[in-house]
Design a protein around this ligand. Sequence first.
Ligand code: 16G
Ligand code: MG
Length: 553
Amino acid sequence: MDYSEQVLAYGDDIVAASKKHPIVPLEKGQRYSYGTAGFRMKADLLEGIAFRVGVLAALRSRSLGGQAIGVMITASHNPAVDNGVKIVDPMGEMLEQEWERYATAFVNAGSDEEVVKIYKTLATDLKINVKDPAKVIFGRDTRPSGHTLVTALKAALVASQSEYVDYKILTTPQLHYLVRATNTEGSPVSYGKVSEVGYYEKLADAFIRAMKGKKFGGTLSVDCANGVGGPKLSEFLKYIPKDKVNGIDVKVVNDDVLRPEILNLDCGADFVKTKQRAPPIPKLVPGLRSCSLDGDADRLMYYWVDPDTSSFAMLDGDRISSLAASFIGDLLESAGLRDELRTGVVQTAYANGASTNYITQHLKLPVICTPTGVKHLHHVAQGFDIGVYFEANGHGTVLFSPYAIAAFKETEPQSPAQKDALATLAALGDLINQTVGDAISDMLLVEVILAHKNWTLRDWAMTYADLPNRLVRVEVGNKDVFRTTDAERRLLHPDGAQEEIDNEVKKFKDARSFARASGTENACRVYAEAATRSEASELADRVALIIQRYGTL
Ligand code: 16G
Ligand code: MG
């Protein structure tokens, strides 16, 4: 067919519907951008964006033969007044980068007529039949502003003649699960039942299998950031009969979603990571194994106060990554698959240097460093049979290739130990969310590993000692002047800035520092690590001053 000849019959409907959900124009010279994880900002700027994202999601679905596309409405760990909109691709992955550009063009279009014009141009260039079926499924976190954004999104889907399913309130990883489950339903690679219940059943069944014969390690307290993770975790726990997991005892705290203003306030995974301390409420009892999710339940931090030393220990994404890599490595050894399946770990520049050393030198696994953002890590992890990826901030997962999954299921065990290892590996394949980092699933993974190893958080924390480090946020006039290379570890631009950073780093022992523009906020971030806490802090301050100076030139 001649795609350029298509008449977009519903173009007028899109223009008419969009009048009710207008875009807020930005100041001259400023543009909206599809950041690290979608459009994220003050919620009152997002209604028109949600509408245009809906129009684009329908087109994306049409471009992929009508497969379901996901839209998640959340601003994760940001304050309650913010919100965000992001698109999920058919296998539950982040939106392809080429389409991020289209999303940015849509949202910055000067008028609704221009949106329709871009729609037609894209349809022509990409040979999309605009009358083909389209399907979009969506969910939102507990932010009250989600209502308005969902209304705008639905209006766009109706006007674009797309089928849709509103899953109401979900964690981000649940929406990713549902997208993949929808698109694989009834196929040999079916990801699970297409419902929220299907998600709980899949995780519960896998967790029970992986915990077989093991004992849950005493009470676990889970801080849910007063976000969507609270009610969803409580719901999940109903799917685990007490007699199926020996000693299971999970206490859900900070799960008040009725007072939206307390979402992520002095609690949650981001609070714990950036402040390097436990939330003030509830007061942390020494010896209690604790963890925090973030506002949309895709990040996880473990921590406790060691009852013997009274010191606070935090176990972040790097720790979860090395714990998982080490456990899976041991299982592969017992299963006789260690040489058969290529295992690797993916990190970002924020990974603590001690974790990278531990993984390469002690676990003898390759480590690849990518730029910040799940889409980058996920992509690289797919290159391994078993790809472990985590950001230090607690977002991550473990990906198993179809070859690895088949090996777990089809290898004929020659001993009871080999049989157990294969069964545990197969259970992990179902337990670990394959689409994106999932705090609930990752937490269950950690619990399985601690139970198998019979470890406390002290044992876990003793695997290596973190290098002291500090992260600083720097307000600058124009963050866009900062451009990086080498997986964000070096600045390419502005000229001279990297040399100045290098000069400072040289003055400290075992030191490393880098600066990059944030992809989610209008600021730069500086990271520094060094042999002692005071040196790391001093170095971070010095590099922050350099960035401030170059950012206001
Ligand atoms: C987003 C990313 C996260 C990244 C963070 C960096 C996803 C799903 N989330 O939250 O991976 O670590 O942004 O934020 O990709 P920054 O650019 O502001 O430092
Ligand atoms: Mg999040």
